[in-house]
Design a protein around this ligand. Structure first.
Ligand code: ATP
Length: 448
């Protein structure tokens, strides 16, 4: 597989195959906003589900939460977002475009060469008004992270779940940041989805848990198929740390534009609970029964982006290959991420084949995301499935009418095996779980 693919190829595949479209395209689009199409919505959901499974369902020390996007404005004063969530910007005096001060090389405006103002701080939160009257008192913000919804519910969760520390609270949801330099497709957008875990621990054990979560999160990407050589860990320098962080690691991915952050894992100490206790007047601490003491927990925060992960998975899976003298584009997506798991393909649109093919489709679709396609040549249909990363195609041919067997074609190895329709769902189930399935008593293998 090639180490890299350029972003244009990814953008064009996403458009062509219904993964991701420019937002409001018939109106000419809206800068840095994207819509997930029929295949993209499945892929994105699979990424979220894989994260939720690993973080919430497969552990007994983490619970989930889903909090509102608009929160009491006091939250953002306490968290520091009103004062510190800013980027220094310069503005062109001629064309009035704003640029991140650290992203401008040279003295003039990168667009028109015009003179630039001195850098000014610019808040990245979107402001809106709540209720029918637009006035200062009704100003609310769209959350720039999901984390604060977790901190303000810490007490609720501890009391209602009666869980002991270490305890994690996880949330997936939309965040909004008025980024100055969005771009690189879905890498940096103004509306995006966060997957955040706040893991509350006893002070003094925080460094151990930070190491633990850095490893867990790194391994998650590798387990889902990202090549290790395209990932790296980077510890933040002291001067780079956010105002709330005691320590922080980035998991970087080798994107087409170079190494860039995929996820951040920070040790936030007791900053957030202390701030919210101060601003709300409510005590936010934990009584440790075993130790017989009360303390404010420290927090380890793995914070990832759904969209940015989708992009990394797409880039890492993308390949242009030559197979038997023919070129194909293929997404070698991990089977759990693939938007469609099985495609049912009658050899041709023929009135004799269609009923059996539909029968096979109906048998599979309650258990797997299944696509039915009988348009154009079988070769073209294989190419289409390869391009969206469908791991298995099931072909129904004229022999199938006689012997009630079908052919499974594997996306990566291109191996074809002939199996009875009877056991098809069991075989696919095992294959999709990555299990070896000894079906030799069932099927007759037909090598290509
Ligand atoms: P960056 O340095 O890229 O702006 P950040 O350090 O501000 O990111 P965090 O606040 O740590 O990002 O958010 C955690 C994760 O959320 C990031 O690693 C990324 O995956 C995702 N993310 C943050 N901002 C955006 C954005 N504007 N568009 C898409 N994903 C984002």
């Amino acid at each position: 597989m090639p180490a890299k693919v350029d972003m244009d190829k990814i953008v064009s595949l996403c458009k062509r195959r219904g993964l991701i479209f420019p937002s409001s395209e018939i109106y000419g689009g809206l800068a840095s906003c994207w819509d997930y199409g029929p295949m993209g919505v499945e892929l994105k959901r699979n990424v979220r589900d894989a994260w939720w499974k690993a973080i919430v369902h497969e552990r007994d020390d983490v619970v989930g939460l889903d909090t509102s996007i608009m929160m009491h404005p006091g939250v953002w004063a306490a968290s520091g977002h009103i004062d510190s969530f800013t980027d220094p910007l310069v503005e062109c005096k001629s064309c009035h475009l704003r640029w991140r001060a650290d992203a401008v090389e040279g003295k003039g405006c990168p667009k028109c060469g015009g003179e630039l103002t001195e850098p000014r701080m610019f808040n990245l939160m979107f402001k809106t008004s709540m209720g029918p009257v637009e006035e200062e008192a009704s100003t609310v913000y769209l959350r720039p992270e999901t984390a604060q919804g977790i901190f303000v519910n810490f007490e609720n969760v501890v009391t209602t779940t009666r869980k002991k520390l270490p305890l994690g609270i996880a949330q997936i949801g939309k965040s909004f940041r008025n980024e100055i330099t969005p771009g690189n497709f879905i890498f940096r957008t103004r509306e995006f989805e966060h997957m955040e875990l706040e893991y509350f621990v006893k002070p003094g054990t925080d460094e151990k848990w930070l190491d633990y979560w850095v490893k867990e999160r790194f391994d998650w990407y590798v387990k889902l198929g990202i090549r290790k050589e395209n990932l790296r860990l980077r510890q933040h320098g002291k001067d780079e740390l956010a105002h709330y962080a005691r320590d922080c690691y980035d998991i970087d991915y080798l994107f087409p534009m170079g190494w860039s952050e995929l996820e951040g894992i920070a040790n936030r100490g007791d900053f957030d609970l202390i701030q919210h206790a101060k601003h709300s007047g409510k005590e936010l601490s934990y009584y440790d029964n075993e130790a017989g003491e009360k303390y404010v927990p420290y927090v380890i925060e793995p914070s990832a982006g759904v969209d940015r992960s989708v992009l990394a998975f797409l880039i890492d899976a993308y390949d242009d290959e030559e197979v038997e003298g023919e070129k194909r584009t293929v997404l070698h997506l991990h089977r759990s991420l693939a938007p469609v798991k099985v495609a049912v393909l009658p050899l041709s649109r023929n009135e004799k084949l269609t009923p059996l093919a539909k029968e096979v489709f109906n048998k599979l679709c309650p258990n797997f995301v299944t696509d039915y396609d009988d348009s154009q040549s079988i070769g073209r249909r294989y190419r289409r499935q390869d391009e969206i990363g469908t791991p298995f195609c099931v072909t129904i041919d004229f022999e199938s009418l006689e012997d009630k067997q079908v052919t499974i074609r594997e996306r990566d190895s291109l191996a074809q095996i002939r199996v009875p329709i009877e056991g098809l769902d069991k075989i696919l189930e095992a294959k999709l779980k990555g299990e070896a399935f000894d079906a030799s008593p069932l099927w007759a293998t037909r090598e290509k």
